[in-house]
Design a protein around this ligand. Structure first.
Ligand code: SDX
Length: 427
C-alpha cells in the first residue's frame, strides 16, 4: 500500500500522507488540504471522517468485533469486573492486585458527595427525566470540587478521575431514589464497586441490604459491555468539549446530554417502550415492521441498526444470552423477551433490513435485563451513562495527554451573499 494519496483537481495534483493503524486501517491525513488547495472536505455525520488517532478501543463493524486496549469484549465480559475494565480503559493495562486495591481505595476515599448537592437534586420535580438530572448534577459537582476543573498534570487528572468515579455512582443512585421517593443514602466501603452501586440504588430504609450475586454479576457485565465504543456521538462530545480545556466534569456532563438522544443511548428506553407497545398491540410485530420501513413514518425499529456495525453488534449477542440466563436464574417470565426475539427473527429475515445490514445493537436487549433487575425504564440510559463513564474518562484523558488542538470544524457557507441594509420602513 502506498503511503501517499493524490488528489487531482482543476489540473493540479495534491499529495497527502496515508497513515496506517495497528489493525491495518488506512486514513488519508488531510491536515494540509486547505493550506495547499484552498479547499476543505464535507462529511455530515462524519461517516467517513476520523477525528483522532486513539489507542483505547478498536471495533470492526464488518466483522462485528470489539476490543478494549486489545482485549476482546467477550473475554472481558466473561473474565473481568467493571472496575478492572475501568482501570484498563483509562490507564491502558489490566491492573495487578496491588494497583486494583489502590485504585479502589482511592475511589472509596472520595465517595462522599457534598450534602448541599441534595438541595440541587431536590430542586427538580419528581417528573424530571433522570438523564437531565444526572447531567446537571455532574456539572454541579464542579462547584464542590474546584481543584478538579483546571487540571493540567497527570497527577491532577488522576485526582479528578478518582473523584468522578467515586461520586458518579452516588448521583446515579440518587437519581433513581428521588423518583422512587426513597432517602438519599451513601454507599458502603466494605462492598465492591458495582455491589456498592446496587446497594445505593436499591437498599430499602427499613430493611437490611440483601446481596444477590446473580444480579450483581449481570449488572457488572452490562456496565462492561457499555464501557467504551470509540468515537460515538457522546464520546466525540466529551472530546470536543474537553478540547477547549473545559474540565472533566463538564465534558462528561455534555456527554451525558448527547447520550440521552433516542438515536444514541436513549434507544434502550425507546426499545422497551416499543416492545411494550407491540405487546399491548397483541404482539403485532408486522405492523411495527411496516412502520419502520415506511419512509413517510418517522418510526424506526429502536435497538436496530448501527453507524459502524454492519454485522451483529457483539455486545447484543452477549446481552441476549445474558438476558436468557438472568431471567431464568431469577425465575422471571417476561413476555417482552419473547416479543423481542420474535421481532429480531422477523427483521433478520426481512429484505429491507437485510439490504441495509440492520442488526440488533447494544440497546435492543439491555433493557430487558435492567427491567429484570428492577431498574425503572427511565433509568435505562442513566445505566448506559454509568457504564460509559470510564470510556468517556479514558478518551478525555487521551485527548488531553496528546495535546489535541481545540475542535473547530469548518463549513461551506450556502447563505445570502453581500446585500445592502434595508431600513425598517422599506421591508
Ligand atoms: C448506540 O455509534 C455508536 O457506537 C453508538 C453506540 C455506542 O456504544 O456508543 O453503539 C450506542 O447509540 C447504538 C444505536 C442506538 N440507536 C438506535 O437503536 C436507534 C435506531 N437506529 C437508527 O436510528 C440508526 O440505525 C442509527 C442512528 C443507529 C444509525 O444511523 P445511520 O448510521 O445514520 O444510518 P442511516 O440513518 O443513514 O440509515 C441507513 C438506512 C436508511 O434507509 P435508506 O435511507 O437507505 O432507505 O437504514 C435505515 C435508514 O432509514 N435505518 C433504519 C433503522 N436504522 C437505519 N430503518 C428502520 N429502523 C432502523 N432502526
Amino acid at each position: 500500500m502506498s503511503d501517499k494519496a493524490t488528489l487531482e483537481y482543476n489540473g493540479r495534483k495534491y499529495e497527502f500522507p496515508v497513515i496506517k493503524g495497528s489493525e491495518d486501517e488506512f486514513a488519508i491525513d488531510i491536515r494540509s488540504l486547505r493550506s495547499s488547495s484552498g479547499m476543505i472536505t464535507i462529511d455530515s455525520g462524519y461517516k467517513n471522517t476520523g477525528s483522532c488517532e486513539s489507542a483505547i478501543t478498536f471495533l470492526d463493524g464488518e466483522k462485528g468485533m470489539l476490543r478494549y486496549r486489545g482485549y476482546s469484549i467477550e473475554d472481558l465480559a466473561e473474565k473481568a469486573d467493571f472496575l478492572e475494565v475501568a482501570f484498563l480503559l483509562i490507564f491502558g493495562e489490566l491492573p495487578n492486585e496491588e494497583q486494583l486495591d489502590t485504585f479502589h481505595n482511592d475511589i472509596k476515599a472520595e465517595s462522599h458527595v457534598d450534602e448541599e448537592m441534595k438541595k440541587i437534586l431536590h430542586g427538580f420535580p419528581k417528573s424530571a427525566h433522570p438523564m437531565g438530572v444526572l447531567s446537571s448534577l455532574t456539572s454541579a459537582l464542579i462547584a464542590f470540587n474546584p481543584t478538579s476543573v483546571n487540571v493540567k498534570s497527570e497527577k491532577e487528572m488522576y485526582h479528578a478521575i478518582i473523584r468522578i468515579l467515586a461520586k458518579f455512582p452516588v448521583l446515579v443512585a440518587w437519581c433513581m431514589r428521588k423518583k422512587k421517593g426513597l432517602p438519599l443514602d451513601y454507599g458502603d466501603d466494605a462492598l465492591g464497586y458495582v455491589e456498592n452501586l446496587h446497594k445505593m440504588m436499591f437498599k430499602k430504609p427499613n430493611k437490611e441490604y440483601e446481596k444477590n450475586k446473580i444480579v450483581i454479576d449481570a449488572l457488572d457485565k452490562l456496565l462492561i459491555l457499555h464501557a467504551d465504543h470509540e468515537q460515538n456521538c457522546s464520546t466525540s462530545t466529551v472530546r470536543i468539549v474537553g478540547s477547549s480545556h473545559a474540565g472533566l466534569f463538564v465534558s462528561l456532563s455534555a456527554g451525558i446530554s448527547a447520550l440521552w438522544g433516542p438515536l444514541h443511548g436513549g434507544a434502550n428506553q425507546a426499545v422497551l417502550e416499543m416492545l411494550e407497545a407491540i405487546a399491548a398491540d397483541g404482539g403485532d410485530t408486522k405492523k411495527y415492521m411496516a412502520k419502520a420501513k415506511d419512509k413517510n413514518d418517522p418510526f424506526r425499529l429502536m435497538g436496530f441498526g448501527h453507524r459502524v456495525y454492519k454485522n451483529f453488534d457483539p455486545r447484543a449477542k452477549i446481552i441476549k444470552n445474558a438476558a436468557d440466563e438472568v431471567l431464568a436464574d431469577l425465575g422471571i417470565e417476561d413476555p417482552i423477551l419473547e416479543v423481542a426475539k420474535g421481532l429480531e427473527k422477523e427483521a433478520l429475515e426481512d429484505q429491507y433490513f437485510v439490504d441495509r445490514k440492520l442488526y440488533p445493537n447494544v440497546d435492543f436487549y439491555s433493557g430487558i435485563i435492567y427491567r429484570a433487575l428492577g431498574i425503572p425504564t427511565e433509568m435505562f440510559t442513566v445505566m448506559f451513562a454509568m457504564g460509559r463513564l470510564p470510556g468517556w474518562i479514558a478518551q478525555w484523558r487521551e485527548m488531553r495527554l496528546n495535546n489535541e488542538p481545540i475542535g473547530r470544524p469548518r463549513q461551506v457557507y450556502v447563505g445570502e451573499t453581500i446585500r445592502p441594509f434595508m431600513p425598517l420602513d422599506r421591508r
